[in-house]
Design a protein around this ligand. Structure first.
Ligand code: NOJ
Length: 564
């Protein structure tokens, strides 16, 4: 029997603060804006909010470059305002999870500035090395950053290179240094003592680098060297140490883990001495691309089912999943796995698809109203197409793709479902000016479809995706024995359009999910035998409609069968 835990049953709402809601009229999302929408968030039926970084940051990577771990970015508000939001969220029965970005800091962090000057105890807080070659002019090894380019930056003042696995403004902390680990633990306690309920830990499986920093496999154009720092030699030791901090609190940890397989995930989340409660993996986000999202392939439901099957089966009764479809790094899924033409229907099918899988559920701001990706190849003549982007990684990938000979037209076209910018457009609250996000010009362009796709319109429409999400979240709880804790059984593995699965509770009751994840008319006789006789229909993409001879686009239903 699966151990019951509050965080397992949770549906969590992710806020990327800059684009959530502006409360002070400067065009940038902030804590005042969050406060004004807490009742809305609660109305979704979610149990927690995860804040993408709110901390002081020069915003080179929009908050993932932290200059002060213990204060709020003035653009977003103050620490007192954060405490008010925390209190108000708790009063509404919602937990609050902070992003903990400790693989790297900002180059504007005091620790880094002092490290440059070799001031103790900060001298070895980062990964500094002498250059190679004649006069030390070459970087210490051939590693490439994830945002392509060398992973090394030279600082004349110190006469050495520092390692940065992400942007050059994000120097990697040296977790091999015990003092660094003590400082990080202090940061964790700072937030836990304030009352936050846990952490989402950024690229946490990359904090331990191989001794001697050996050269990486030469052909990789980005993240070269990853085999020497992904799940590195001391990772389990360091995570166990950080885990100790949580022992004094009823808090939880979800760790982001690039290139994670279920086998590897178990090394972090299995057993009594587990290091994380769950991992954020990426395999299920690669059903329409290869590794990095910019190498596109047609969406393959078969590929997606295979991934879900493996994760659901291998972690059953052993570990725990983090189920998400969108976040601030993932372009909107309706544009990727669903259909913009059948925006609401495909949004509903995708909502069903992942909400009844075992694991903690994550919903990203705007996902619940079916926000889609903007089109970057449709820009006013005579304007600079690159002015439409804000994300550091978009520019890096663009430069890399240019080197490989891709045309501007191609890059802009691919960006529609590849650029992280797609997930970062302001939340569309109303059909009014600036989509009701702000009274001022928003820091980032609103998707032009806001006149149709917005919270206000969705509230008024009983058939909207928003109301559907509320239902799905409630049903996931109501049927949690099967939905959250049940055993997954996949049918029709090789069907390219149908996603049919059972979730079977310990007492034998079960949920049956039948979905056509395509716009094709699929003969219903293909799946009829999987719908148990006498099963009760509890949810349907199309209201008041039974399956006909063939499916409608993205048609789907969920059935409940009680214990015999
Ligand atoms: C993962 C975060 O989700 C992403 O937004 C960020 O750019 C990198 N880690 C680096 O912190």
């Amino acid at each position: 029997m699966e151990e019951r835990k509050w965080f397992k049953e949770m549906s969590m709402y992710q806020i990327w603060p800059r684009s959530f809601k502006d409360g002070n009229g400067d065009g940038i999302g902030d804590l005042k804006g969050v406060m004004s929408k807490l009742d809305y968030i609660k109305s979704l039926g979610v149990d927690a909010i995860w804040f993408s970084p709110l901390y002081v940051s020069p915003q080179a990577d929009y908050g993932y470059d932290i200059a002060d771990y213990c204060d709020i970015n003035p653009e977003y508000g103050t620490l007192d305002e954060f405490k008010e939001v925390l209190k108000a969220a708790h009063e509404r029965g919602m937990k609050v999870i902070m992003d903990l970005v400790i693989n790297h800091t900002s180059d504007q962090h005091e620790w880094f500035k002092k490290s440059v000057k070799r001031e103790e105890p900060f001298t070895d807080f980062y990964i500094w090395r002498d250059g190679k070659g004649k006069n030390g002019k070459k970087p210490p090894n051939n590693w490439m950053s994830t945002f392509p380019g060398s992973a090394w930056e030279y600082v004349p003042e110190r006469g050495q290179y520092y390692l940065h696995l992400y942007a050059k403004e994000q120097p990697d902390l040296n977790h091999d240094n015990p003092t660094v680990r003590e400082y990080i633990k202090k940061v964790m306690r700072f937030w836990l003592d304030m009352g936050v309920d846990g952490f989402r830990e950024d690229v946490i499986t990359q904090i331990s680098k191989a001794e001697g920093l050996p050269n990486g496999f030469p052909l990789m154009p980005a993240s070269r060297g990853m085999e020497h720092y992904n799940n590195g030699p001391h990772i389990h030791e360091y995570l166990k140490e950080y885990r100790q901090v949580l022992k004094d609190y009823d808090a939880f940890q979800v760790g982001e883990a690039p290139l994670l397989t279920p086998e590897k995930a178990l090394t972090y989340v299995e057993g009594d001495d587990k290091e994380l409660d769950m991992c954020i993996g990426f395999q299920h986000m690669e059903a329409d691309c290869i590794l990095i999202g910019w190498v596109k392939t047609p969406f393959s439901l078969k590929k997606l089912k295979k991934v879900y099957d493996k994760w659901q089966t291998m972690l059953y009764h052993k570990g725990w999943n983090a189920n998400y479809l969108e976040n601030h790094d993932q372009p909107r899924t309706i544009s990727r796995y669903g259909s913009e033409k059948y925006r609401v229907e495909s949004g509903k099918a995708l909502a069903i698809m992942y909400s009844f899988l075992s694991g903690t559920q994550f919903v990203y701001q705007g996902q619940e109203i079916g926000m889609t990706c903007p089109y970057f190849d449709k820009y006013p003549e005579g304007t600079d197409p690159w002015a439409q982007f804000e994300d550091v990684s978009t520019f890096c990938v663009r430069d890399l793709m240019r080197k490989f000979g891709f045309s501007q037209k191609h890059i802009l076209k691919v960006a529609h479902t590849a650029a992280r910018d797609c997930a970062r457009t302001p939340v569309q609250w109303t059909a009014g000016e600036n989509a009701g996000f702000s009274e001022a010009k928003p820091w980032y362009a609103v998707n032009p479809n806001y006149t149709e796709v917005n919270v206000e319109a969705a509230e008024k429409d009983e058939g909207s995706l928003l109301h559907f999400y509320r239902k799905v979240i409630a049903l996931r709880k109501q049927y949690k024995d099967a939905a959250v804790y049940g055993r997954f059984e996949l049918h029709l593995k090789n069907d390219p359009h149908l996603f049919v699965y059972d979730k079977i509770a310990d007492d034998g009751s079960k949920l049956t999910v039948v979905l056509n994840v395509s716009d094709k008319a699929v003969p219903c006789k293909k799946f009829a035998k999987y719908i148990p006789e006498g099963a009760q229909e509890i949810l349907s993409v199309y209201d008041n409609a039974s399956f006909a001879a063939v499916t409608k686009p993205y048609e789907g239903k969920v059935y409940y069968t009680p214990t015999k």
